[in-house]
Design a protein around this ligand. Structure first.
Ligand code: HEM
Length: 445
């Protein structure tokens, strides 16, 4: 079951409270540094430039008479977020967008670029992560006897083991290379702001101060957690955002107005987004929250009672498993009037002091000050309690950056405005396809 030796390590698959706490401390410290946040925004800018370049090349090859480019947005945003998480986690440039662009290219000779076993191949690695997730379900359902002795299941199990081995090897190589760099040029590494470099630096500091530190296996598990949790969640949310704003043109217009006011037109073709810009995009933030309320990518979660407890007036024994239905909480009319209506304005209110609701950026959820006079657990996009998502700030930064970059430049419409969203709900609610058309909003941009 433990394909990559992660149980008891990292955060996601860790039920050992003591090691989970240390891992959480290191992860939160690392991703809360200003350098990390700035790096994430800088990388989003660079990656959008790359994406835009691919779209422009496609446009040339697509003989579009009306200037609209048609695409399955899901495919592009998935690769964008994979390359994004790759570079902020490892500092190594991914090649998922380039590999996908290459599938449109009739000259396949370039494909060899993406199959060099020595270099880190983000596309191959992410596919391995997906196989891993599906594998967890398989291992959960199929009895060990069948896996060991029935050829069909045994073969599948071996594929999963091989896949797990590839993940471990890729991450171990990365950690080794970075530690080698650290040993040779420590100053250079201290100036790097990717998660791996920050973790190694913080860990070395902890070792020299003789405080709690991480093993290489812990570091590997943390990197894996961020790959696992950090890209699909954001890319699916962005698909749902596009779906809802296209079906609500007044929301789309209000969003364009906000983006144009934060980024007034200039002669330059490319935007350069900063953290100060993102802090002003309060309506875009409201769109993210309202979309996630209507269509949370993590629809359910679980908690296990560590001791006998009382919930909803009943007494439950220790080890009771509680299924938390986040999607249902978001539709509860007790907290959300007209809950089936898409209305970002519910999150775009100001309090008496003129402050906007900022609850998703608040790192201390327990002291969350919400301008909505509601139960703080009525909005659980990022979960709640001690297992609250540690990556919510990074997620908001990546999604807001993408929205600003994309919608400053492009208008968007759905190919079939009447078609329902195509989704599949398993561990996540995944978008299966999102056919859209995009066109530059201004000819000069
Ligand atoms: C739109 C984006 C995201 C959404 C909607 C999301 C949502 C969630 C939710 C609902 C949970 C479970 C919390 C619970 O059980 O109550 C979770 C856990 C987690 N998330 Fe996120 N997440 C997102 C992005 C990220 C990113 C970018 C990272 C990268 C650091 C991340 C890292 C994690 C980790 C490591 C956990 C496990 C925490 C633990 O088990 O203690 N997530 N996330």
């Amino acid at each position: 079951m433990d394909l990559i030796g992660n149980f008891g390590r990292g955060m996601f698959l860790n039920i050992n409270y003591e090691t989970w706490k240390i891992n959480k401390y290191f992860l939160l410290q690392s991703i809360s540094t200003p350098g990390f946040n700035e790096e994430a925004i800088k990388r989003a800018n660079e990656l959008f430039e790359e994406l835009d370049g691919h779209w422009n090349s496609l446009k040339k090859s697509q003989s579009c008479n009306d200037n609209w480019i048609e695409m399955d947005f899901l495919q592009w945003i998935t690769r964008f977020m994979v390359d994004n998480i790759s570079i902020v986690v490892t500092g190594e440039k991914g090649c998922s967008m380039a590999a996908y662009y290459n599938t449109f290219n009739s000259d396949k000779s370039e494909s060899s670029l993406f199959d060099d076993s020595k270099s880190y191949n983000s596309d191959k690695f992410t596919q391995a992560v997906m196989i891993y997730i599906r594998g967890l379900m398989f291992l959960n359902i199929v009895h060990p006897f069948l896996r060991r002795y029935v050829p069909y299941f045994k073969k599948k199990t071996n594929v999963l083991l091989e896949n797990g081995g590839y993940i471990i090897k890729t991450l171990n190589n990365m950690i080794e290379r970075r530690k080698f760099e650290f040993a040779n040029t420590p100053q250079k590494l201290k100036s790097k702001h990717d998660l791996l470099s920050i973790l190694i630096t913080a860990n070395n500091d902890a070792k020299s101060n003789m405080t709690e530190s991480l093993t290489d296996d812990d570091i590997r598990a943390l990197l894996f957690d961020v790959f696992l949790a950090g890209s699909d969640t954001s890319s699916n949310t962005l698909c749902y955002i596009i779906y809802y704003i296209c079906r609500n043109p007044h929301v789309k217009q209000k969003m364009f107005d906000e983006i144009d006011s934060v980024f007034p037109d200039n002669s330059s073709n490319t935007l350069c987004i900063t953290a100060e810009h993102l802090a002003k995009l309060k309506y875009c933030e409201a769109i993210i929250k309202e979309t996630s309320r209507m269509m949370p990518v993590v629809p359910v979660s679980k908690r296990v009672a560590s001791a006998k407890c009382e919930v909803a007036g009943y007494t439950w024994p220790a080890k009771t498993v509680f299924h938390l239905n986040y999607a249902c909480i978001h539709m509860n009319e007790k907290y959300w009037a007209n809950s089936t209506i898409f209305d970002p304005d519910r999150f775009y209110l100001q309090n008496d002091l003129g402050e906007f609701n900022d609850d998703l950026n608040n790192s201390d959820n327990n002291n969350k000050k919400s301008i909505h006079d509601k139960d703080k657990y009525s909005l659980v996009i990022f979960g709640g309690g001690i297992r609250l998502c540690p990556g919510r700030k990074l997620a908001m930064t990546s999604m807001l950056s993408f929205m600003a970059l994309m919608f400053k430049k492009y208008d968007v419409k759905l190919v079939d405005i009447g078609a329902p969203l195509k989704v599949h709900t398993g561990f996540l609610t995944n978008c299966l396809e999102l056919r859209i058309k995009i066109k530059p909003r201004k000819p000069s941009l």
